[in-house]
Design a protein around this ligand. Structure first.
Ligand SMILES: Cc1cc2nc3c(=O)[nH]c(=O)nc-3n(C[C@H](O)[C@H](O)[C@H](O)COP(=O)(O)O)c2cc1C
Length: 435
C-alpha cells in the first residue's frame, strides 16, 4: 500500500511559452493572469502549493553579457514573486502559494513583515523559499554588499531565520483582543520587542503588524551542498531535492531525516519533494519523441549552460560543447555544477547537458499518464516518501504542459489513491502535515 504523497509546482514569474502554439503570444505574462490561470488549474488538481522562483539580476555570466538571457527570455524579464503571490492568492482559496526571497540581500524585518502580511491576506497559505542567492550580477545590484562566501551565506541565513522568527513571534497569538467595551485593540503586554543583536543582523522589533494565521510562512529550502542540507535540516518544512535516480533520492531523504533527528526535529515535520518534469503524451512513443526533440535543440542546450553560468557565477560559454568540462571551483551552486559536469567520466559537455535533461530532475518521467503514474508510485514505494515538485520544460510553463499534468497525470495518480482529491485544511502547513 503506497503512502499518499504531496505535489508542488515550480515556476518563475517570467514569460510563459511566449512563441508556442498555446502561448499568450508574448507580453501578456506581465499582468500575472497566466499564472493566476495555472494556479487555479493546479488547485483544481489539489496540488499542495505553487512555488515562484526568483533571482535579483539579469545575469551576465554567460559570454560576459546579458544578451543571451534577454534574447531567449532566460531568467529575465521576470517580476517580483511576492506581489504575484498576492494576486494568485486572491484568485484561489486552498492552494499554498510560496515566493522566493533572499537571506543575503533582504533584511529580516522587511522579509518578516511582508511574509506576515501576505500570509494574512492569503488566510494562512503563504510559503517562503529560503535562498541564500548566488551570482556576481546580484551583488552589483546591492551596491555595498559583495557576495559572502558560500558557507558563510548559510551561517548568515541561520541568523537571519532566528531574527525573522523572533519578529514573527513578537505578537502572541492572543495579542489582538478587540475589546469594544474597554476600547482596547491589542493587549500591549502581549506584543514584545525582540532586541535581536546578531553578528550580521540586528532588529529591535516588535513587528508592526498582527500575527498571521500560520504564525510564519511555510519554510521551503533547496540547498544541495553539505552546508545547504544542514540549513534545510535545521529549518525547512519542505526540502526540494535534486538527487539523481532512486538510490540518490532515497539517500538524500535519509540524509535529511538523519540530520533532522540530530538537530532534535521530528523528521516527519519536513517533506522531501523531488524535482521532476513529467512530459505527458498520448502514447509513450509520442512523449519520448517530444522529449528527445526538445533536448537536441540549441535553445535547450544554451538554456542549461546560461542558467548554470548564472547560478555558479562561472562563464560556461567558453567551453567546447564536444569536450569534457574541466574541474571548476565555484562559490555559487557547487552541488548543481558537479551534477552537470560528471567529472571523471570523460563525457562531453554536450552529453552532460543532454543527460542532465531538465535542469536538476531526479528521474525522467516521459510517457503516458499511466506510465508516469506507475513510475512515480514505484519511486515513492522505494524511497519511503514524501512527494514531487513539478517543473516546466525549459523553465517556461505552457497551458498545454499544465493541462497534461492536471487533466491526465494527476487524475491517474488520484485513481491510484496516492494523491489528495480534496484539501483537508485551510492552511498550507496543515495540508502539508496531513499525511
Ligand atoms: C528546485 C530548486 C529551486 C531553486 N530556486 C531558487 C530560486 O528561486 N532562487 C535562487 O536564488 N536559488 C534557487 N535555487 C538554488 C538553491 O537555493 C541552492 O542554492 C542550490 O540548490 C545549490 O545548493 P547550495 O547552495 O547548497 O550549493 C533552487 C534550487 C532548486 C533545486
Amino acid at each position: 500500500m503506497t503512502l499518499p504523497f504531496h505535489l508542488g509546482f515550480f515556476t518563475s514569474f517570467a514569460p510563459d511559452e511566449w512563441n508556442g502554439p498555446l502561448s499568450s503570444g508574448g507580453g501578456a505574462f506581465a499582468d500575472g493572469r497566466f499564472y493566476i490561470d495555472i494556479a487555479r488549474d493546479l488547485e483544481r488538481a489539489c496540488f499542495d502549493f505553487i512555488l515562484f522562483e526568483d533571482s535579483l539580476a539579469i545575469p551576465d555570466a554567460f559570454g560576459g553579457s546579458t544578451d543571451e538571457y534577454l534574447r531567449e527570455a532566460l531568467v529575465a524579464p521576470k517580476h517580483d514573486p511576492v506581489p504575484l503571490s498576492v494576486a494568485v492568492g486572491a484568485n484561489t482559496t486552498r492552494i499554498g502559494v510560496a515566493a522566493t526571497m533572499s537571506t543575503t540581500y533582504y533584511a529580516p524585518f522587511t522579509l518578516a513583515r511582508v511574509s506576515s502580511t501576505v500570509d494574512s491576506l492569503l488566510g494562512g497559505r503563504f510559503g517562503w523559499n529560503m535562498v541564500t542567492t548566488s551570482g556576481d550580477a546580484v551583488a552589483a545590484n546591492f551596491g555595498s554588499k559583495p557576495l559572502p562566501p558560500h558557507d558563510e551565506r548559510y551561517d548568515r541565513a541561520d541568523e537571519f531565520v532566528a531574527a525573522a522568527s523572533a519578529l514573527w513571534n513578537s505578537w502572541e497569538p492572543d495579542a489582538v483582543i478587540l475589546d469594544h467595551e474597554s476600547g482596547v485593540y491589542a493587549d500591549p503586554s502581549k506584543v514584545h520587542p525582540v532586541d535581536f543583536k546578531g553578528r550580521w543582523h540586528q532588529t529591535k522589533g516588535p513587528l508592526n503588524t498582527v500575527r498571521s494565521p500560520q504564525g510564519r510562512p511555510v519554510f521551503i529550502q533547496a540547498g544541495a551542498s553539505d552546508r545547504g542540507r544542514q540549513f534545510a535540516a535545521d529549518h525547512a518544512e519542505v526540502v526540494v531535492a535534486t538527487a539523481r535516480g532512486i538510490e540518490g533520492m532515497k539517500a538524500y531523504r535519509t540524509d535529511i531525516r538523519r540530520r533532522m533527528e540530530l538537530a532534535g526535529r521530528d523528521p516527519d515535520s519536513c517533506k522531501v519533494l523531488f524535482l521532476v518534469t513529467p512530459i505527458v503524451g498520448r502514447t509513450d512513443e509520442e512523449a519520448q519523441a517530444a522529449y528527445t526533440a526538445f533536448m537536441q535543440t540549441h535553445r535547450f542546450q544554451i538554456d542549461v549552460l546560461a542558467r548554470l553560468s548564472a547560478y555558479t557565477g562561472h562563464d560556461l560559454s567558453v567551453y567546447d560543447l564536444d569536450e569534457p568540462l574541466p574541474v571548476i571551483e565555484t562559490e555559487g551552486s557547487a552541488g548543481l555544477l558537479a551534477r552537470l559536469a560528471q567529472w571523471g567520466t570523460g563525457k562531453t559537455l554536450r552529453q552532460c547537458v543532454i543527460e542532465m535533461g531538465f535542469a536538476s530532475d531526479c528521474i525522467d518521467l516521459v510517457g503516458t499518464a499511466e506510465t508516469i503514474a506507475d513510475t512515480m508510485v514505484a519511486a515513492i514505494d522505494e524511497i519511503g516518501g514524501d512527494g514531487f515538485l513539478f517543473g516546466a520544460p525549459g523553465f517556461q510553463p505552457s497551458r498545454a504542459h499544465i493541462a497534461g499534468l492536471t487533466e491526465a497525470l494527476v487524475p491517474a495518480l488520484q485513481r491510484r489513491g496516492v494523491v489528495r482529491t480534496s484539501y483537508e485544511f485551510p492552511t498550507f502547513r496543515e495540508n502539508l502535515l496531513a499525511f
